[in-house]
Design a protein around this ligand. Structure first.
Ligand SMILES: Cc1cc2nc3c(=O)[nH]c(=O)nc-3n(C[C@H](O)[C@H](O)[C@H](O)COP(=O)(O)OP(=O)(O)OC[C@H]3O[C@@H](n4cnc5c(N)ncnc54)[C@H](O)[C@@H]3O)c2cc1C
Length: 424
């Protein structure tokens, strides 16, 4: 029987060497977390003349930033009408326009750092699972054009086969300027770029506590204390006891991916002719794409149960893949892996500063572009320049009610939304 490898397809083979583990005793800015948010902030701060140190509890570049679908998306994770209702049209417009700029922020860094990561404006399709969802997507398209001056294209069900070789969807919204990337190569490229600029990078260093110390901060780590003028916390779905205030506002949610065995490129092109990034409209959505080399389908979603093995979950994910593409019923799965997303109460990322600690997180599965963008904004915020201006610092960052440490409510939430996905 074909054995599924419980490992990250993107990191086979590994992309980075080992990094030193003993951090310096002091630094201008300490960045905690080596994903897109942390490394982008580090790069821009170093370019502005700061002495910058990045630490990560794990080997560098192995968090969600190296595990995701590589979909470089504009737009917001929440329904646009709900965002307008909560924050008003002007704020919603700014959030949306920044999300479009965030795709360009990725492109700019890829070019500037000569990062070989298959960045391509392949376009993104948001596919409607039900006729009702198709109506809602068309209303969003109309709103985007009318209120935000932003054009997207509606692909009706009878034309959808030009885009995806399946009959399960009821039309799709095409955002033609969104992109795809090899996420682990992008992440490793940012780390190498930071290193070339003179950022000090250390892996397997866990930050345990942050306390005020004179005009700066003292960060206790398992490898000794670090004095820092400023601290950037870029821990997203891996946020823990280090920052109790943030932890009450971010719920870690696991998402998993599988990679099929290689197939002839013409077979992949027959399934997704234009190489689009694709997600659907369920709460527990499926997302899928061709691999950058065009030989595999990479397919992701919510695992069935995190108490079961990755291999068992991969079989469930494979059934989901076959429900979209029955023609792949006999195709084997080579790789299965998972990682953690950071969710917030309003389904939007939040950024800002509290007691000298800067943070940007809560990307709700939408972080390749926005984490890059908000990492840059954190650098601007620390320099107190106009480049730090962002609508994402102005949102009320609410705590999740009755939540402190253990997301006890997640099984209930999962059951409710699974039922809703099935019935409505
Ligand atoms: C399976 C999966 C698929 C996804 N697909 C997409 C997609 O296609 N498109 C999209 O836009 N988004 C996607 N996402 C979300 C996206 O990957 C994240 O939003 C983004 O990578 C967040 O980047 P980050 O730098 O904020 O956090 P991360 O990359 O998660 O980095 C956080 C780091 O902080 C470190 N850390 C935590 N606590 C400490 C501590 N106390 N001390 C030291 N270090 C610490 C962790 O070890 C980790 O390396 C996906 C996520 C997953 C898991």
């Amino acid at each position: 029987m074909h054995r599924i490898q419980e490992r990250n397809y993107w990191l086979d083979p590994p992309l980075l060497p080992a990094f030193a583990e003993t951090p310096p005793a002091r630094t201008d800015v300490l960045v905690i977390g080596s994903g897109f948010t942390g490394t982008t902030a580090a790069i821009r701060l170093r370019q502005a003349g700061f002495e910058v140190t990045v630490i990560d509890a794990k080997p560098l570049g192995t968090g969600a930033s190296a595990r995701n679908g590589g979909m470089v998306l504009s737009g917001l994770s929440d329904d646009l009408f709900a965002v307008i209702k909560r924050y008003g049209i002007d704020v919603a417009r700014n959030l949306y326009h920044e999300s479009i700029a965030s795709v360009t922020a990725v492109e700019r860094l890829v070019t500037e750092g000569h990062i070989d990561c298959a960045f391509q404006r392949s376009g993104f399709l948001f596919a409607a699972c039900k006729p009702r969802h198709a109506d809602a997507l068309q209303r969003s398209r109309e709103l985007l054009e009318r209120a935000f001056g932003h054009a997207t294209e509606w692909i009706p069900a009878d034309r959808l086969r030009e885009e995806i070789d399946t009959t399960v969807y009821h039309g799709a919204l095409l955002e033609a300027s969104d992109a795809g990337v090899h996420p682990a190569r992008y992440s490793a490229g940012l780390i190498r770029m930071a290193q070339r600029l003179g950022v000090t990078l250390h892996e397997n260093v866990t930050a345990l506590a942050i306390a005020k110390h004179g005009k700066g901060l003292r960060v206790t780590t398992d490898k000794g204390p670090i004095m820092a003028g400023k601290v950037v916390v870029a821990t997203n779905g891996y946020t823990g006891a280090l920052t109790p205030w943030i932890r009450r506002r971010i719920v870690p949610v696991r998402s998993m991916m599988i990679a099929t065995a290689p197939l002839p490129p013409e077979r992949i092109r027959a399934l997704i002719p234009h190489g689009r990034m694709i997600a659907d409209t369920k709460t527990f959505l499926y997302y899928f794409r061709p691999s950058p080399d065009g030989t595999r389908i990479l397919f992701g979603g919510r695992p069935r149960s995190t108490t079961r093995s990755l291999t068992e979950n991969a079989r469930f994910m494979r059934d989901n893949l076959v429900s979209v593409f029955p023609q792949l019923a006999s195709v084997a799965v080579d790789y299965a892996w998972w990682g953690k997303l950071g969710f917030t109460l309003d389904h939007l990322p939040h950024a800002g500063q509290r007691d000298g600690v800067y943070y940007a997180m809560g990307f709700c599965g939408h972080g390749v572009a926005l984490a890059t963008h908000l990492g840059e904004k954190m650098a601007g915020l620390i320099q107190e320049t106009a480049s730090g201006k962002t609508a994402y610092t102005g949102l009320k960052f609410r705590a999740i009610p009755f939540y402190n440490e253990r997301p006890w409510f997640l099984p209930l939430v999962y059951r409710f939304f699974s039922l809703r996905d099935r019935l409505l």
